[in-house]
Design a protein around this ligand. Structure first.
Ligand code: FAD
Length: 507
């Protein structure tokens, strides 16, 4: 098994500390079987350059991250003001009657039976039969979110239930920093001022403000949008997604949360005039923000629209304006440098996928390096994996825009009609619209590798992407009603979602 002797991680945001934790977990402990020395991991972060400070939602994949590190929810959740997330609500993306809002649920084995009805009804409905086929009726997670329940059962349950988290990004970075340091990661506070390259293109050393030149055999670029090593020094080309995803700005604004009330267990992603607004509940506050396109809206107008949506709770709270570079580098591992986090690319946060992509990148790097060190074939395979994950995620996120039926602004019309659609996504859309075998299309396009079957059905059906009816025959709602009753009964088995309970978990 190959492993590097010394890794330098540049950047102390979520990406840098996630990478440092995973790398030291994999290689930082001495391996008695092989009698090999542990890999040294050093993280350098600037005291002068802030972290991005947002990134508060996740996907269920994040549970694997904590499991891998052996960190329990009791340890990290109270420390990061974290809450549970059952999925994402999407109000106002569609104007189709009955589909003005839908919920993208995380799934559970409990959903198997109602989901079978759901898939069946979706397929009947898109072929013109009037059956109830809205995802909100068929998934336990949607019911949990509706009732502001946690995804944690009151008693031990034989069924696996998937869920994710919301958390304070700054507190998470601090938690991971403390964890990494106890695992032997060396923490250096300094500015990287220059990157020296060898003639063959490897990074030779980094020049720092106060620690001189430092070197390693692998360099992780976690320097955020600056992309100091991969972008600036190694000049790796950046593939912009701006022809597909128009949003390039955000404005964030936290507001208070009444901790005596139940806490929502979903992210709300509400469509607005030139983008969408997030609302993420933590145990101590809401994270709110507006992701929008600067081609259609000024920063002032975006802030004003966000304040209007939030009302009195936003009074006197300062807003933060952010620029987003949306796209990816063409290779994420080049020579002796790996980019993870915003330095490697970013897909706007509609499905909260960025942290999962960091985890995916670092985990795949560990696997590939163990198999073959710096060999080209493993590097190539790694880059293919990560590129597919980025492009596949972009396709799923872009589908929200292609399927929108709003007509109120040029932004929504252009997003639907002028955004670039990848060939693979176009085939899925065509299959759904033409009523052909959609599962076969998902398999052919390997769409399951990025999002599972229920997610694809949920987005098409949730947005009401069905043929219109010319008559007014009544809808057959029997299976939807049966599923709803089942979901309500099942929801009784889950714990409430209160700040006190969440904060007390660690005691
Ligand atoms: C509006 C918005 C909303 C988001 N929402 C989500 C979400 O809900 N879910 C999700 O998964 N992701 C989300 N993200 C993405 C998420 O915030 C990032 O993926 C995550 O925080 C990782 O950031 P990072 O560590 O790569 O970069 P940063 O946080 O920017 O950290 C960069 C680090 O590099 C250091 N650095 C830079 N230059 C130097 C230098 N010269 N020398 C030394 N150190 C240097 C800085 O000091 C800092 O420590 C969102 C992003 C945006 C913009």
């Amino acid at each position: 098994m190959s492993k590097p002797e010394h890794i330098i991680v540049v950047g102390g945001g979520t990406a840098g500390w996630m990478a440092a934790c995973l790398l030291s977990q994999a290689w930082g402990i001495s391996d008695k079987r092989q009698d090999s020395a542990p890999t040294r991991v050093t993280l350098i972060e600037s005291a002068d350059i802030d972290t991005i400070g947002v990134g508060e939602g996740s996907t269920p994949y994040m549970r694997e991250f904590f499991k891998r590190l052996g960190i329990t929810e009791k340890e990290w959740m109270p420390a990061c003001n974290a809450t549970y997330k059952c999925g994402i609500s999407f109000p106002e993306w569609s104007t189709k009657p009955g589909h003005e809002s839908y919920f993208h649920p995380f799934f559970s084995q409990l959903d198997l039976e109602p989901a079978a009805d759901f898939f069946n009804n979706c397929n009947l409905r898109r072929r013109g039969q009037r059956v109830a086929a809205h995802p909100d009726e068929y998934f336990v997670a949607a019911e949990l979110a509706r009732q502001q329940l946690s995804p944690i059962p009151r008693q031990l349950f034989e069924f696996e239930h998937d869920y994710a988290y919301h958390f304070d990004a700054g507190l998470l970075a601090t938690f991971l920093k403390n964890f990494a340091r106890t695992r032997g990661v060396k923490h250096v506070i300094d500015n990287v001022t220059d990157v020296a390259l060898c003639s063959e293109g490897n990074i030779k050393h980094l020049a720092t403000g106060e620690h001189g030149c430092v070197t390693a055999d692998v360099f992780f670029d976690c320097s955020g949008f600056a992309s100091l090593l991969m972008g600036k020094a190694l000049q790796e080309p950046f593939i912009a997604y701006s022809d597909t995803l128009f949003n390039d700005r955000a404005v964030a604004l936290p507001t208070p949360l009444d901790a005596r009330q139940p806490i929502p267990s979903d992210t709300v992603s509400r469509a607005a005039s030139a983008g969408w607004m997030w609302r993420i509940p933590l145990t101590t506050r809401y994270g709110n923000g507006y992701v929008y396109s600067s081609r259609y809206l000024s920063a002032e107008a975006a802030e004003q629209e966000l304040r209007q949506q939030l009302g009195a709770e936003a009074e006197g709270v300062e807003a933060r304006h952010l620029k987003m570079r949306v796209g990816r580098v063409s290779q994420h591992w080049k020579n002796n440098c790996v980019a993870a986090g915003l330095s490697q690319g970013f897909i706007e946060p509609l499905e909260a996928t960025a942290i999962g992509l960091i985890q995916f990148t670092v985990e795949r790097f560990i696997e590939h390096f163990e198999k073959g060190g710096f060999t080209d074939v493993h590097r190539q395979s790694f880059n293919d994996h990560v590129n597919k994950a980025f492009d596949g995620t972009r396709d799923y996120v872009s589908l929200h825009y292609r399927l929108n039926s709003r007509d109120d602004t040029a932004y929504w019309r252009d997003s639907r009609e002028q955004g670039n659609t990848s060939a693979s996504l176009a085939k899925l859309m065509q299959s759904w619209e033409q009523g052909t075998d959609f599962d076969a299309a998902l398999t052919a396009e390997k769409a399951f590798q990025i999002y599972m079957r229920p997610s694809w059905y949920a987005i098409f059906s949730g947005m009401g992407h069905y043929p219109e009816f010319s008559d007014d025959t009544l809808e057959d709602t029997r299976s939807a009603e049966r599923s709803r009753r089942l979901c309500r009964r099942t929801a009784k088995k889950f714990k409430p979602h209160h700040a006190n309970w969440l904060m007390a978990m660690g005691q």
